[in-house]
Design a protein around this ligand. Structure first.
Ligand code: ATP
Ligand code: LTN
Length: 332
């Protein structure tokens, strides 16, 4: 029996991934290597939908690769690659754009959120067609499972719709993928603004816990996290979004249940609780950061690993694209 295929992607949009990326998605990437044929992609073309600086793009792509490996993605087991090195992504992306309705694309909430924040003059057409390129990323590899955070649910639904539509019009071509989205703890919020998601590009600088940040800086951030009125450490997302978010973070990294953490802090104040969260986070991230920094010392090794990954990815991607073109009646 062949292994189920997994595919996911992450944008190289900052120097460091954050806890939301890790808990919501990347941790599942690592776990799914076991018993699956996994493809993990640094989606640099998606990152171009926001204005980018060439030197930063290069640095962040390599930093992303180093962090993914440091987190436990093993390039010998999984195919780890950079999207722009596999031309078939753009090629299938165009086909996806040609079967997507304008209204359908206009309903994507990530586009609506980002474009309303930036205004129509600085919103790029690429941001509008972003979900179709994402669909291509997934469908090229005939992925069964797509591990992502809750915020990507709608893009996965669109991908399923597009695959189903293509298959019914042009004959069986694509596997219909399923999102692999955790229920509990799938969303980590900004610790300064605990009703908004922790985000690389739109988070507050003190509200985002970065994997590559120093232990001192992360400790400081957690100790100054926004809390709520009252002094009870209790999970209640409505009344206590700040404390609930910190409980989610603690539980996700310590493996303790929320209720047992609540018990531990019964009768204690927010200060003790925040110190404990800081300790859990910092100790969890310490070896990951150290390993990533070591890997970044040898850029040419990272570049070689990524080009080997792209070579493997191209074989699968080319096969799917050939089939797609053939089914569309494109003369090859
Ligand atoms: P940006 O703010 O630049 O859009 P991001 O911080 O949202 O970036 P992405 O690269 O878009 O990060 O996401 C990578 C993965 O991390 C996705 O699967 C996404 O669902 C997940 N993710 C991002 N932020 C969070 C969060 N706060 N909680 C849980 N999962 C998250
Ligand atoms: N849109 C995703 C990143 C992404 C992705 C993908 C995720 C691009 N292509 C393919 C899963 C599968 C995001 O913003 N997190």
């Amino acid at each position: 029996m062949s292994l189920k295929r997994v595919l996911s992607g992450i944008q190289p949009t900052s120097d460091s991934f954050h806890l939301g990326n890790y808990v919501g998605a990347l941790r599942q990437w690592v776990a799914l290597q076991e018993g699956h044929d996994a493809y993990y992609c640094i989606v640099d073309l998606h990152a171009l939908t926001m204005e980018t600086d060439p030197a930063l793009m290069r640095k962040r792509t390599l930093a992303s690769a180093a962090q993914l490996i440091a987190l436990g993605i093993d390039p010998n087991r999984s195919t780890l690659f950079v999207q722009s090195q596999v031309a078939q992504h753009n090629q299938l992306g165009w086909i996806m754009e040609c079967i997507t309705g304008f209204g359908e694309a206009s309903r994507m909430t990530q586009f609506k959120d980002k474009s309303s924040k930036n205004g129509s003059d600085s919103t790029k057409v690429g941001l509008f067609t972003y979900p179709m390129l994402q669909a291509a990323d997934i469908l090229l590899y005939q992925a069964d499972l797509v591990p992502v955070g809750e915020d990507q649910r709608q893009h996965i639904e669109l991908t399923r719709d597009l695959a189903t539509r293509f298959n019914s019009r042009y004959g069986q071509t694509f596997q219909i993928p399923e999102g692999f989205i955790l229920k509990a703890g799938a969303k980590i919020n900004d610790i300064q603004e605990p009703t908004a998601k922790m985000s690389k590009s739109s988070g507050t600088s003190n509200g985002v816990i970065e994997l590559m940040d120093t232990p001192e800086s992360n400790t400081k951030k957690i100790k100054s996290a926004v809390t709520d009125t009252g002094r009870e450490v209790r999970f209640d997302e409505k009344e206590k979004p700040g404390i609930s978010n910190l409980l989610t973070i603690h539980s996700a990294l310590s493996g303790q249940t929320i209720s047992s953490i609540e018990k531990d802090f019964d009768g204690k104040g927010y200060g003790d609780f925040k110190s404990a969260v800081a300790e859990v986070v910092v100790e969890y991230l310490r070896p990951i950061r150290t390993r990533a920094l070591e890997l970044l010392e040898d850029e040419s090794h990272l570049i070689t690993l990524l080009s080997q990954g792209a070579a493997k990815a191209r074989v699968v991607a080319a096969q799917t694209l050939d089939e797609t073109y053939k089914n569309l009646g494109l003369v090859q």
